[in-house]
Design a protein around this ligand. Structure first.
Ligand code: ZN
Length: 243
């Protein structure tokens, strides 16, 4: 029996309380819409955390018990405490998996992990998004069709300010003409990082079965294989150094 996979879904949980269209799409919050299908996976335990909780629900204790952290943030990146960002960052470098969704491209933690600008073009204009799988053997897209459409989504366009992906998984096309690297992975320290673009707060994207399949695959892919604390020791030679 493999060990239980512990997933934490973090959401700033503000848009759903201030925008009627977001409340309509996600009456229990985006975090619950993401968490619910994951709870049905065998061997997976899911908890949620939100901005308003003490330490945003991301205490050291919670992170110690988290294998994969999923992050959705949009309008309150600046309200996320630097101390919490550092704690999450350190935990990723130790081996925790991290999945950054949609507008998390501008979150402090994504920018810290990638060391890049996260900049992109955007438009809220009822575009249709077509996601193309460009890496069909990757575990994240098993059971996902070669392409699938989201009937209405916010547009994100290139150039996207990310380091060169180690693995590019999806490219999106939008009905307004733009394209975007909408699924990409990197290794950061001992942890795995996956950025997945879809998921604007006013569209029902996280109810889409293909999106749910991607996230189910992604939490398993991002599962840690090790936990190695950062160390930088001064060491004695194994044998006397030769002159
Ligand atoms: Zn958005």
């Amino acid at each position: 029996m493999p060990e239980t996979l512990h997933v934490t879904v973090w959401n700033e949980f503000l848009n759903e309380k201030s925008k009627p269209a977001a409340a309509l799409a996600y009456p229990r919050g985006i975090h619950e819409a993401i968490a619910e299908p994951l709870r049905h996976l065998p061997g997976v335990e899911v908890r949620t955390a939100t901005l308003e909780e003490p330490q945003h629900g991301l205490t050291q204790e919670v992170l110690d018990a988290t294998d994969v952290l999923i992050w959705w943030g949009h309008s309150a990146h600046h309200l996320v405490a630097d101390e919490v960002v550092s704690r999450v960052h350190r935990r990723v470098l130790e081996g925790m998996g991290f999945i950054a969704l949609h507008s998390a491209h501008e979150s402090k933690i994504f920018l810290a992990l990638t060391g890049d600008t996260g900049a992109l073009k955007w438009r809220e204009a009822m575009d249709r998004e077509r996601l193309w799988v460009v890496n069909p053997s990757h575990p994240i897209v098993q059971g996902v069709p070669e392409h699938f459409d989201l009937p209405v989504e916010e547009m994100y366009g290139e150039p996207f300010g990310i380091p060169e992906p180690e693995q590019l998984i999806f490219i999106s096309w939008f009905s307004g003409g733009e394209v975007f690297r909408s699924g990409a992975t990197w290794k950061k320290g001992n942890g795995r990082l996956f950025y997945f673009r879809p998921g604007h707060e006013t569209h029902p994207t996280y109810h889409d079965p293909n999106v749910q399949r991607v996230l189910a695959n992604a939490v398993r892919w991002a599962r840690p294989t090790v936990r190695i604390a950062r160390q930088c020791p001064r060491v004695a030679p194994l044998e006397p150094p030769s002159v």
